[in-house]
Every structure is written in C-alpha cells, then in structure tokens.
Design a binder for this molecule. Structure first.
Ligand code: SAH
Length: 340
C-alpha cells in the first residue's frame, strides 16, 4: 500500500500501463486529487468501479495532522504530526507577490550547523514524498488559497533526501498536479557537492540556493560541519559548473552572526569570492534562539556589510524578517513544542 500523495504522474501512468490499462487514467486521478482536491476514491465520478477497486488495493489517502499553528500578520507557522508521531514544521509567508511556503524535508538534520536549531535533533529519517506534498495541501486547505512559491528551507537538508525531493518537485510542478512553476521553487543546500553536481543535470528550472554563511574555510569550518567534508573551493567550483550548464542565477544565503562573520574584512573577502559569478547574496539577520549562544549582527553592521558588497558590484538583498515572534527559524517551533 502506498500513499497516493507520494506518486508522480509518470509513475501513476506506468502503474496503469503495467496493468494493461489506459495511461490517461492517471491524469483523471491527478485531476480529482489535485484540481478538485477530493480525498476519497469513491468520489471520483468519471472513474469506473473496477478502477476504483484496483486503486483501493494499492493506494490510500492520508494527510498529515496539524498539531499547532502560530500566526502573525505576515506569517503562519505550522507544526505537523507524521504517522509515526514525529514532528516537522512549515512556515507560510505572505508577500506582495504571493504566498510562499517553507517546507521541511527530513525529521531532524545531520548537517550540524552550529547556529541552527533543526540540527539539535539528529536526523531520524527522511521525509517521504507524500509527507512533503501533504505540507502544501494542508496549508492550502487551511488558508483556502493557492500557494505561489515553495522554498525547501525548513527542517532537514534537501540534498540528503535527494530522490524524494526530486519526486516531490515533479508532483508540485506538474501541470496536472499542484502546478507551481519551477521558477517559483527554490532548493536550499548547505553545500553537498556531489548532489550539486547531480542537480546540475536536472532538467527543471528550479532555483538553487547555497547556505554559504562565511567567506573562507576558517570561519565556515567553525560554524558548519559540512565544510570539513566539502571545502568552499569545492562548493564554488560546483556552482560555477552549475551556472555554466544551466545559465541560472544562484542565491547565496549569508546569516549575519555578530562577531563571527559580519566584519568589513569578511564583506571584502566575500566580494572577492563571488566576483564575476552570476549570483545574488541574501543577507539574513540571524533569528536568535534560546538554546544557542550566537547573536544577531546589529543593523549597522548588516548595512555596512551590504554597502561593501554593493560597492563591489555584488547583487545583494537583506532578507525581510518574518516571524521572529512565531519562532520561525527552522526547527524552533518543534523544539519549543517538545521542550528539547
Ligand atoms: N539544509 C538546508 C536547508 C534548510 S536551512 C540549508 O542548509 O540550506 C534553511 C536556511 O536557514 C539555511 O540557510 C540555514 O542556514 C538558515 N538558518 C538556520 N537557522 C537559522 C536561524 N536561526 N536564523 C536564520 N537563518 C537560519
């Protein structure tokens, strides 16, 4: 038995073909599930009784359970309980251009970034495809509105759950499915180089963001364990290859941590590192958490850092702060709920 929200259109077509049945039935089923949003095989009016019986033998409908929701004006944070009682979260943000959702890809995370709350719970398991799809469906049905953008920046490292993440993208991007444009989907990684290389050959125009957070190996080694495996030079080389092949602009995320990576020297070094690369930098004011000692840089140092990058012709923005009142940094809601 498989959860119906975890199958791609192509796999469902193959399912029917393997049963010597018609491939178009997959489109009909997708239409019921994702356009009409029914969650019962018996409600599929134009599908034969026989097909419904076959489907019932192999698939079931089950979404996640929302156990907590915290809201502010421009943001809502959801805590979901999975079938095995594990908890993950998603954050919905209202922008002038639409609504975006930040979803989780794993229960816990093994990347061990020192500033990050999610990593305090080591990876328990990968999220299944249906668990990622269900985060979207649950939130859309809660707000009674369509979501326009997806970022994979919640709990977990998407490239440590690569195959499921790709299937998830196929389903949400599929015109017959949830139908969110590939350019409206962003995958964020801490820099798993072999997966960046694999992603370079992925044929959808999905955005790639790299959590860089430091301009050199010294600082990066201290705050991100992954840098002990894949050095900045390796990450940058794989990104250059990615840009060459895809012609797409890459985002570098850079959390501003007081006294750690926010000096003028760091800004100059970062400008040098990114010179000539088709990218933009997103400076992220650190969202402080009670369990971790890092502090957020002052607005003045963020502004100075920003100005130095600008002066050196690096495209840069300062991320709008959402949801500091609702513990929106990844992993915080789960962590506070569990009091771990
Ligand atoms: N593992 C992936 C995606 C999840 S983290 C990655 O590393 O990119 C999503 C982003 O949130 C990363 O850039 C991460 O470094 C950042 N982040 C983690 N904790 C944060 C906090 N307390 N404040 C601001 N950003 C944070």
């Amino acid at each position: 038995m498989q959860n119906i929200y975890g199958i791609t259109l192509e796999d469902l077509e193959n399912y029917f073909l393997n049963k010597n049945d018609k491939k178009f039935k997959a489109t009909q089923i997708f239409d019921w599930i994702y356009k009409k949003r029914i969650s019962n095989f018996d409600d599929m009016k134009n599908v034969s009784k026989e097909t419904i019986k076959t489907l019932k033998d192999d698939f079931y409908f089950k979404k996640l359970e929302i156990v907590k929701k915290q809201e502010d004006i421009d943001v809502a944070k959801y805590l979901f309980k999975l079938e095995d009682d594990n908890l993950v979260e998603a954050v919905l943000m209202y922008h002038d251009y639409g609504t975006s959702i930040c979803i989780s890809t794993q229960v816990g995370c093994n990347m061990g970034c020192k500033f990050c709350e999610s990593g305090r719970l080591k990876k328990v398991r990968n999220l299944e495809v249906y668990e990622m799809v269900s985060q979207i469906l649950m939130v859309e049905s809660d707000i009674k509105k369509r979501i326009s953008h997806i970022v994979l920046m919640g709990i977990g490292e998407p490239f440590d759950n690569y195959d499921n993440v790709i299937k998830f993208i196929d389903i949400v991007n599929c015109g017959k499915g949830i139908d969110i444009g590939s350019r409206h989907i962003t995958v964020s990684t801490c820099g798993i180089v072999p997966k960046i290389k694999q992603f370079t050959n992925y044929d959808k125009q999905v955005n790639l963001a790299i959590s860089l957070h430091a301009p050199n190996n010294n600082i990066r080694d201290n705050i991100m364990n992954i840098n002990k495996v894949y050095k900045i030079e390796d990450v940058m080389n794989s990104i250059k290859e990615y840009i060459k092949k895809t012609n797409r602009r890459v985002t570098f995320e850079y959390i501003m941590l007081k006294g750690v990576n926010d000096s003028k020297e760091c800004a100059l070094e970062l400008s040098d590192l990114l010179k000539g690369i088709n990218c933009y930098v997103n400076l992220i004011p650190y969202n402080e958490t009670s369990h971790i000692e890092y502090k957020k840089s002052s607005s003045e140092s963020i502004k100075t850092f920003y100005d130095i990058l600008k002066k050196n012709h690096i495209c840069v923005t300062i991320r709008k702060e959402f949801g500091s009142k609702v513990n929106a940094a990844c992993g915080q809601l789960r962590s506070n709920y569990k009091e771990v």
